[in-house]
Write a protein that binds this ligand. Structure first.
Ligand code: FEO
Ligand code: CA
Ligand code: CA
Length: 682
């Protein structure tokens, strides 16, 4: 932790979109925001969908909504007795009795008074025994292959079984390494002339890391160089393709004529721990790594590439110079082998990870699983791009409880067969009251109903004009046809195990309401949405397999003093400002935790906690902030520690390895290093 006197203020960002450094946009998502969103489908607009559903299916019943309707704007202020700091009632049973961290622009992780922090692992720290010491200026691919990768995003913890008699808890900690920013990794980086060694370092800096983490005598976590479990998964690790599109001609390449084995995973963003103790991870902005989409002449193939935003010409990193699989002119199907949910079993370190075709191919943020009442498992997923969709998968098979080898092998096949759905939402307020300003409609809430529309069940397509394989590989295009609802960048989506509702972070959408683009809808109620919102969705009878649901916007983010924000009905004078929600997580009491990416209020990103039930519902409090230029990722909330992944610290306009603008976490004149931070109560 930085002593207070070593913290220094960093310059504020200039107005990128919405508040990300140009380098973050360039390296993470291939400048997605600078391009037109690739969803140019003419899905019916919101109002049309409402009319169609009311007239043809008659599923809407006025007033039959999840939430109690208020009498007008700004309803349900919390009673005074619910104010924070009420003596003897800290957090009112929510457990959230910390004093919120103030917004800031420090080059530090800032935690509440009474808490302390440690760096658990940093980019370049050893993962495998024998990893060489970190040496920024002399990095090699061989070293990186044994070290913690770059830009860790999601983080998951799986308890290690067989701990009876041990006095120390042990976990397997799995981190995603979403992307590389070569400009920050190499002195004298020349974007026009990357070297083979730099390229191979980047291949090894992507993927995932698995490390054993143990509590020491003081209860603090420390990383162990475990010979059995510690693992690096990179762009050269073989993955097995499974599910209904495995072996499809759409997935075959010269190197893999069977279409069943893919080397590597990349752009792994968010993820989730399954009930059977594996990790799911989403391959997100994969389009930016493949060159020469314009060289593909077949019009159908071109349209499919365009729907996923594959660029013309050379890529930013120029990997196509070193491996033909990144050149679509030579290997057009290689693109189809990324954009999946992958599953890693950290307890089986020699087993190939899996790419799950049954969960569809899109720019997967992540996936989180809940066991439904009848034992089937349901995975919720978001496609993180402007005007893309929310999906869910319902398994055919049922979860077998327990950790026996038999049960685990059974459960590890659950994501191979089932039904893939996409969400369609309808609002319950008159269209005239949804004016794009974010002002609440007269019923006091942005809310309504919706349905999950099936796209495919195993080898059976449920979309006209698509084979089942096409539905899975080009899920975006299939969802266009059935009239899915265009959302404001669905990021992390996670069901609460306490109330069975699903929470989705809709981070922002700079294009909503622009000429030629869809305008405000009740579920995406602000045009040029800079601050994002958080959706709460409850399926009929809390049955996660149900195909109908009610929904409401739990948070409409931004400055609490502004008219266009909403905090679950809580008194806005008492909440922390929050902007651009990205990851969601839950603590053991069922409170929702939200991390942010791109705070458009001109402060550093942070981690926030908010109760979902009772008088404190909507009382958002900032728990920590990350250094300037960084994004808060991968929050894990345990009863006695919090883990947070600090991605791209110091990724500020004008910064580079030759001109670092952050020195977190090592201080002095060091290079910034993406890291996992552990926070404890003092
Ligand atoms: Fe990698 Fe959707 O953030
Ligand atoms: Ca409404
Ligand atoms: Ca994310």
């Amino acid at each position: 932790m930085f002593p207070a006197d070593e913290r220094k203020l960093l310059p504020l960002f200039t107005g990128h979109t919405p508040r990300r450094a140009a380098a973050t946009c360039r390296y993470r998502c291939g400048n997605a925001c600078a391009h037109e969103a690739p969803n140019t489908s003419d899905n019916p607009y919101f109002g049309d969908v409402v009319r169609e559903i009311v007239s043809r299916r008659n599923v809407l019943k006025a007033g039959a909504v999840l939430a109690v309707a208020g009498a007008g704007v700004g309803v349900v202020a919390a009673p005074v007795a619910a104010a924070p700091g009420n003596p003897g009632e800290p957090g009112h049973g929510t457990g959230l009795d910390f004093d919120p961290v103030a917004p800031n622009t420090l080059d530090a992780v800032v935690v509440p008074d009474g808490y302390e922090q440690d760096i658990l692992i940093r980019w370049g720290d050893p993962v495998l025994p024998g990893a060489p010491e970190w040496d920024f200026a002399n990095q090699t691919a061989a070293a990186q292959a044994k070290q913690f990768g770059f830009n860790n995003d999601y983080c998951g913890l799986v308890p290690l079984p067989g701990q009876h008699g041990r006095h120390r808890e042990r976990y397997l900690m799995v981190s995603n390494h979403e992307y590389t920013s070569e400009n920050y990794m190499f002195h004298g980086w020349d974007p026009d002339n990357p070297t083979r060694e730099q390229t191979e370092i980047a291949w090894q800096a992507h993927g995932l890391s698995v490390v054993v983490v143990e509590r020491d005598r003081r209860g603090k976590l420390e990383v162990k160089l475990d010979r059995h479990y510690n693992r690096r998964i990179t762009l050269t690790t073989p993955f097995t393709v499974r599910g209904p599109a495995a072996g499809s001609p759409l997935l075959r390449t010269n190197a893999d004529p069977a279409g069943r084995t893919v080397f590597g995973t990349k752009n792994n963003c968010a993820g989730g721990v399954t009930p059977w103790g594996t990790i799911l991870s989403g391959e997100e902005n994969i389009n930016q790594y493949f060159a020469n989409a314009d060289a593909v002449t077949d019009p159908v193939a071109r349209a499919r590439l365009a729907r996923y935003g594959f660029p013309a010409g050379a890529t930013e990193r120029k990997w196509e110079r070193f491996d033909d699989r990144y050149d679509l002119a030579k290997e057009p199907n290689e693109a189809n082998r990324f954009g999946w949910i992958v599953e890693i079993d950290p307890l089986s370190p020699h087993e190939n990870p899996v790419k799950h075709t049954a969960l569809g191919r899109f720019k997967h943020e992540g996936a989180n699983v809940i066991i439904a009442h009848d034992g089937r498992v349901v995975a919720y997923m978001g496609d993180d791009e402007r005007f893309e969709y929310l999906y869910k998968f319902v398994s055919d098979g049922k979860y077998k409880p327990g950790n026996s080898r038999h049960a685990r092998e059974h459960n590890k096949k659950l994501l191979d067969s089932g039904t893939l759905y996409v969400a369609r939402f309808t609002g319950d307020s008159p269209a005239a009251e949804i004016d794009g300003s974010g002002r609440l409609p007269s019923d006091g809430e942005f809310d309504g109903r919706g349905e999950w529309i099936p796209l495919a069940h195993n080898d059976k397509s449920l979309v006209d004009g698509f084979t089942a394989e096409e539905v899975y590989v080009f899920a975006r295009a299939a969802a266009d046809v059935v009239g899915a609802t265009k959302m404001d960048r669905p990021e992390d989506v996670e069901p609460s195990l306490k109330n069975r509702r699903m929470y989705a972070a809709l981070t922002n959408n700079s294009e909503r309401g622009n000429p030629g683009k869809e305008g405000a809808t009740e579920i995406n109620p602000r045009v040029r949405n800079r601050h994002g919102h958080v959706l709460e969705l409850e399926e009929r009878r809390s049955d996660n397999t149900a195909t109908t649901f009610s929904w409401q916007l739990f948070l409409v983010c931004g400055d609490p003093a502004a008219d266009d924000t909403y905090f679950g009905g809580y008194d806005k004078s008492q909440v922390s400002p929050i902007s651009c929600p990205d990851n969601v997580a839950f603590d053991s009491k069922g409170n929702l935790w939200i991390s942010t990416d791109g705070n458009a209020l001109d402060f550093n990103d942070g981690l926030f906690a908010v109760p979902l039930e009772g008088r404190e519902r909507g009382h958002v409090k900032q728990f920590l902030t990350v250094p300037a230029g960084a994004e808060t990722c991968g929050p894990i909330i345990e009863d006695d520690f919090v883990l947070v992944s600090v991605q791209h610290p110091g990724e500020l306009d004008g910064a580079s390895a030759d001109n670092p603008l952050s020195h977190w976490p090592d201080g002095g004149d060091s290079q910034p290093r993406p890291s996992v931070v552990a926070v404890y109560r003092s």
